[in-house]
Design a protein. Structure first.
Length: 366
């Protein structure tokens, strides 16, 4: 895993070196959460599914900041900003607003919101590209998407609800039948593929949005939240050919062409144990881990583990897999190294500390 490990002075019981302090506070703007990770949930579903209706109760119950991209954009439109003017025409036509605009607004909320346990994203991501961008955005913060909760309804229900909402709320984007149909088609073409994306990551949870009234749907969603922690804590994972095939498909289907599969039994587990899938041609940044050694076991494929000195000069190359008879290596803490993948490789990786992004001091430029 390409990561550093950050621990507080109190937790470690020792005085931090100036290097370690610089690593921890290398980027003050990122405000990494060293003691407890933030939670990131995605509220998913087609237009009119009731995401906004349910978001308030979920946010209040779990102390989450609700981020509605629709509300953010409507605020810009109401303010008459340049962004609002651009967004108004796109929304009126049932089209999607450019990713960079939406992502910038969301990241600003991540950076400025205080006193919450996490965030509930509503209306983002809507495309596979946005999902990949969100993964990268959170990776920079040492975070990840925890779960997706989807409210599903039929196309006929979408049409009926949006038409009714246009009458009640005066929403121009819901008033035109052609626009409504365009929104439905856009959802099926661009947004619905996210179901497979998050299902393959074992993060997808679905609720029937037509199972009853608003309160019935809300109860079903609360049940999903209660069940997520239990499912995570109680799970037993067998690492066999079926699981390796599954994570391999996940990597090949991912826009990132890589995939991590978490093997921990609790979010509070401050170690790293995971399967890491890397596609051919992958070459990671030369880096080191200062607070933990790293154990690598190759389960499938071929790859090289390459060691360097502090000047970036290669000093040892370990061929792994195939007929080499070498299938693992323990990398000492502080050792500069990288991985080069000859053919698709699946590794088991373990470290004794929580994941966090690499700092510039942890990476070596040749």
């Amino acid at each position: 895993m390409i990561a550093g490990c950050l621990l507080s002075e109190k937790m470690r019981g020792i005085r931090l070196s100036s290097f370690e302090k610089n690593a921890i506070f290398a980027d003050q703007k990122q405000q990494l959460h060293l003691y407890k990770s933030m939670k990131y949930y995605i509220l998913f579903g087609p237009p009119g599914a009731g995401k906004g209706t349910q978001a308030g109760a979920i946010s209040e119950k779990y102390n989450l900041k609700h981020i509605s991209t629709g509300e953010l954009l409507r605020a810009e439109i109401a303010a008459g900003s340049e962004l609002g003017k651009q967004a108004k025409d796109l929304i009126a036509a049932g089209s999607l607003v450019p990713d960079s605009v939406v992502e910038g607004m969301i990241e600003n909320v991540f950076n400025t919101e205080k006193g919450v346990a996490g965030f509930l994203l509503d209306g983002f991501p809507r495309t596979l590209g946005q999902a990949d961008d969100l993964d990268k955005m959170l990776a920079k913060r040492g975070e990840k998407v925890n779960a997706v909760i989807s409210i599903m309804i039929s196309d006929e229900t979408i049409k009926a609800r949006l038409s009714h909402r246009a009458q009640i709320e005066g929403r121009a984007d819901d008033a035109n039948p052609t626009t409504i149909q365009n929104r439905i088609e856009t959802y099926h073409k661009q947004t619905e593929p996210l179901i497979k994306y998050y299902r393959d990551c074992s993060k997808y949870n679905e609720v029937d949005g037509e199972c009853g009234d608003i309160e019935d749907v809300r109860k079903a969603m609360f049940n999903v939240f209660r069940g997520m922690d239990k499912k995570f804590l109680d799970r037993q994972v067998v690492i066999d050919e079926d699981l390796l095939d599954k994570v391999q498909r996940m990597a090949q289907d991912s826009p990132r062409l890589r995939m991590n599969y978490d093997l921990r039994n609790s979010e509070e587990d401050q170690s790293q144990r995971m399967l890491n899938v890397m596609l051919p041609g992958t070459k990671t940044t030369i880096h080191k881990h200062n607070l933990s050694s790293e154990t690598i076991m190759l389960l499938r494929g071929k790859m090289d583990t390459v060691f360097y000195n502090e000047n970036g000069v290669e000093k040892e190359r370990i061929h792994m897999g195939g007929d080499t008879g070498v299938f693992g290596v323990n990398i000492p803490k502080g050792q500069w190294h990288t991985f080069e993948v000859e053919e698709l490789a699946i590794i088991f990786m373990a470290q004794d500390c929580a994941w966090s992004p690499l700092t510039k001091e942890d990476m070596l430029s040749k």
